[in-house]
Design a protein around this ligand. Structure first.
Ligand code: FES
Length: 154
C-alpha cells in the first residue's frame, strides 16, 4: 500500500508517493537523493540518521514518511544559511574542535547538537553528554563533540 505525502525538506516542497512502510530516512536518501543523512543501524539505536522534523530531533529511520503530511524537515544539507560558503555555527565548531574522526556519525551528531542547543540542554558538559546520548560515535570522539556543542552554545 502506498500513499501520497506533501512535505518541505530544507525549505523545498515535495509531493511524493511512498510505500506505507518507507522511512523518512529512505525517502531522503533514495527518493530525494539527500545522502547527507546517514544510515547506521536502521533501528533507532545509533543516531546517525538524526534530522529535525518541525524543529524536533527525530531518528529518520524510525519515522514513517507517509505520516509527515505538511511537515518541515531539516537535514544536514539545509543547515547552513546558504550564503557563499558560510557554515552553521555548530558545523564551524565541529571543524575547530576537530570533533570527528571517520565522520560517518557527524551529520547526525550535528543535527542532534542543533536540537540540543535549541532545547536549552547545554548548561554543563554532563547535560550536553546526556542529551546527546542517543548519538553513538564508534571512533570515540565524545569529548571533542561535547566541546563543539558547548562552543556553539556560547
Ligand atoms: Fe537511525 Fe541508527 S540509523 S538510529
Amino acid at each position: 500500500v502506498s500513499g501520497r505525502v506533501s512535505l518541505a525538506v530544507n525549505g523545498e516542497r515535495h509531493t511524493v508517493t511512498v510505500d506505507n512502510r518507507t522511512s523518512l530516512l529512505d525517502l531522503l536518501r533514495e527518493q530525494l537523493g539527500l545522502t547527507g543523512t546517514k544510515k547506521g543501524c536502521d533501528a533507532g539505536a545509533c543516531g546517525a540518521c538524526t534530522v529535525l522534523v518541525d524543529d524536533r530531533r527525530v531518528n529518520a529511520c524510525l519515522t514513517l514518511a507517509v505520516r509527515l503530511e505538511g511537515a518541515e524537515v531539516t537535514t544536514i544539507e539545509g543547515l547552513a544559511p546558504g550564503a557563499d560558503d558560510e557554515l552553521h555555527p555548530l558545523q564551524q565548531s565541529f571543524i575547530e574542535q576537530d570533533a570527528f574522526q571517520c565522520g560517518y556519525c557527524t551529520p547526525g551528531q550535528i543535527m542532534s547538537g542543533v536540537g540540543c542547543i535549541r532545547e536549552g540542554h547545554t548548561g554543563s558538559r554532563e547535560e550536553i553528554r546526556e542529551w546527546m546520548s542517543g548519538n553513538i560515535c564508534r571512533c570515540g570522539c565524545y569529548v571533542k563533540i561535547v566541546n563543539a556543542v558547548a562552543q556553539a552554545a556560547r
